[in-house]
Design a protein around this ligand. Structure first.
Ligand SMILES: *[C@@H]1O[C@H](CO)[C@@H](O)[C@H](O)[C@H]1NC(C)=O
Length: 168
């Protein structure tokens, strides 16, 4: 410690920055801790390539007339890997204008987690399998979340193949 303080004093005398003084004394007194920090840093760097990019996945919402339709759609969506997860939220009340008239309906809400690139295919599937003339399908990008959960969505839902040269 004595020599560390002495060398720090010399550094200060020759006009070095305060940070250098701090580093000099830290490196002598806290070497084991610094080693620990080093391994944490390298682990953080190796994880950086797997960091979630905001908007990669989306939450989508679909309203359904009842539980039967909701469950059938949810199963079809997950079976076709159009989403990793569908939550069925029962007993919602919807108030909306349709053909000039205010309607109040009991509905069921589907809350869907999928890749953002899958939303167009999801909307297409809903259009051809939903009883409504104009089915609600909207989506919002997922900004952040629990990294293992976000990774799981990507593992379950394959990347949408946009290439036209592939089979079928
Ligand atoms: C659910 O909604 C569909 C489509 O509107 C309808 O055909 C079906 O009879 C309804 N089922 C029940 C149990 O209400």
């Amino acid at each position: 410690m004595q020599s560390a303080r002495a060398s720090a004093h010399v550094l200060r005398e020759v006009g070095s920055v305060k940070a250098l003084v701090l580093v000099a004394s830290l490196s002598l007194c806290m070497l084991p801790l610094l080693r620990g920090l080093g391994s944490i840093t390298s682990r953080a760097l190796s994880m950086a390539s797997e960091v979630y990019a905001p908007g990669t996945h989306s939450a989508a919402f679909i309203t359904c007339p009842n539980q039967t339709v909701a469950l059938e759609l949810a199963r079809g969506i997950v079976q076709r890997k159009l989403a990793a997860c569908v939550n069925i939220v029962p007993a919602i009340k919807s108030v909306y204008e349709w053909q000039g008239k205010i309607e109040e309906d009991d509905e069921v809400l589907l809350m869907i987690k999928t890749r953002s690139s899958k939303v167009p295919s999801l909307a297409e599937f809903v259009r051809s399998n939903h009883p409504y003339e104009v089915a609600e399908v909207i989506s919002l990008p997922i900004e952040q979340g629990n990294p293992p959960y976000l990774k799981w969505i990507g593992d379950v839902v394959p990347e949408e193949n946009t290439s036209t040269s592939s089979s079928s």
